[in-house]
Design a protein around this ligand. Sequence first.
Ligand code: BGP
Length: 486
Amino acid sequence: MSENKVYEFPAGFLWGGATAANQYEGGWLEGGKGESVPDHLTGGTVNTPRRWTREIEKDIYYPSHEAVDFYHHYKEDIALMAEMGFNVFRLSINWGRIFSNGDDRTPNQEGIDFYHNVFAECKKYGIEPLVTLSHYELPWALTLKYNGWAGREVIDCFVRYAETCFMEYKDEVKYWLTFNEINAGTFSFGTIMSLGMVPEHDEMSFDGDESHEQLQRRYQALHHQFVASAKAVQIGHAINPNFVIGCMIAGQVAYPETCNPKDALQAQNRNNMSNYFCGDVQVRGSYPYFAKRFFKDNDIHLDITKEDEIELKRGTVDFYSFSYYMSSVASTRGGKTTEGNIMGGVKNPYLKASDWGWQIDPEGLRWYLNDVYGRYGIPLMIVENGLGAIDVRSEDGKFHDVYRIDYLRSHIQQMGEAIEDGVDLLGYTMWGCVDLVSASTGEMKKRYGFIYVDKDNDGNGDLHREKKDSFDWYKKVIATNGRDLS
Ligand code: BGP
């Protein structure tokens, strides 16, 4: 592959950026919104884990409360996205803005109107919204009442919320995702963040120190999400047959460290559990063959009813979407570990890592696209990818984020390769197109955006927006439909 190779992206390819309400929107108690799970998560750093607090504590900084205030800046932000040429914008609806307690009798009109206004703004510029119904954002009241998704009752609450959104926005939104990174529920990290369950520890940790009861509850909660998603997909299609509804998986690529068959098996097992455990349920409509053994080995016994099985079969998705940031290495010998998006591993000597230790691997994206497409044969969409970095203002007062351009270029090239391989790829939404709060660490310092937002880790800053160099670069990429990546 030469550096200057020109790639042909399909006509109508979707180019844009991605966000999530809890990290972007702010306005945490405005317009009738109720508290959400992330409103109870403190800030952290790469070395200091985020904490959750049952009560909102005085003098503690909770980054989601204001986030970067899309709530009051949406017109300005969408105009900037339009200037870059976006034809798609991924955002999430904040469930607590529509039903403040998650299960109220009537929806909150002010919340409903907010998203009507946002979608009208998108329409003005010909931008297609891509809407996630649940992005790490359960209404807090459902955590208190049912222990989050551990309670089967939450299925009905979600279905009513989804149906309300589908009815309200049926002429404004075509592309939907039910749950963000639903496979986060297969990791203990997902306990509070993704499943809205009360964790056993105050600190959010990536390495599974949890009791067997909690493990069992976590998989039951995940099952409830599967059923809720399948029901929502069916209702969505009935409300508008033109809806295109997808699943969303945190894409993980694990390479075996050596050709030792034990390493190869470990890598296969990790890829199966992270990418296909949830993927199979949502794309094929049933648990994968390897789930049985996994449940047996871990002594997990789920309450799966006949009706659940029927719902899962009927509610399969139209496309598979995923996030992709890095790859990891599976090793039976152990060794120095690295950080990662949900999953770490031993260090890969062939790869460089980001400031947060995520190993940068564009070719892994091609590997993943081929692997997933080979399994499911349905259209794919990359709905998150990008580089979290420390942006420093240069002497000329600007942000010359060449490292971000390099990261994005190399990943888009590999998308081009995968399309040439024959993969049906619908689009690409770069994560955090406007700087926002990091999910794993709660920081502002970890920036992804084409657009800088003036705010720091402690909440200081006037929130004004500024273009970085990557802004004009991405504008050119979109204008040439990916032909000019220079
Ligand atoms: C994914 C989440 C996003 C986002 C992203 C980057 O796991 O879906 O919400 O935050 O990762 O991660 P971080 O913000 O931790 O850098």
